[in-house]
Ligand binder design. Sequence first.
Ligand SMILES: [Zn+2]
Length: 234
Amino acid sequence: MNNEEPPRRSLSVRGRLLSVTGIAVLASLLVWHGQLADFLGFGSPGDKAPVVAGAGAPDTTALPTEGDVPVSEPTSTPTPRPKPTKPPKKKPKPTKSPTTSQNGPYDEESTEGMSPKLRSRLLKAMAAAKADGVTLRINSGRRSAAKQRRLLDEAIVKYGSYKAAIRWVLPPEFSEHVKGRAVDITPAAGAKWLELNGYRYGICRRYDNEPWHFEALTTPGRKCPAREPYALAK
Ligand SMILES: [Zn+2]
């Protein structure tokens, strides 16, 4: 029993020493770890602010790249701008009937889509002309806004400016053709007949520069109003 005690004490002492050294080592490790953690910046909660700030640092570096995007966009936008796909739209049109496809649902060379007033008056005038041996044909009656726009675009090219073009082709929002309240008559002899006799049916030539253009401008049998020099966008 006695022989056993000293070794036990020595063992206990050794154990204590070992434990002490172990604690010391652990403590030093903890301290070193703490220093390392402090150094690295993620040790204590208080250090997390710098860590966030450190994480924010990459964000600040990312901000310039985000700023570069708007800077690069203006330089890149000019290239996407010339993308208008107008040419493809014109291609399928020639395959269809030119008159109906360009003019929507109405046959432009008929009384389709005309106002009831113009249509009834024009039919009476055409019957009277036929009785006189004169042919009246509808060259252009009701037009779609798209057709009117296209005609205006062509007129701008032909006459050199918008201001000059609208004397011949009004914008869709002002055109009586688009409203179904105007008709262009062909041939010239037929238009001349209608200019002289149209008032009987309430139909009048409106413009000096367009001998073919007629509208229902007066009461049947009454004199037509004075002609206008040319069309005005009003
Ligand atoms: Zn006209």
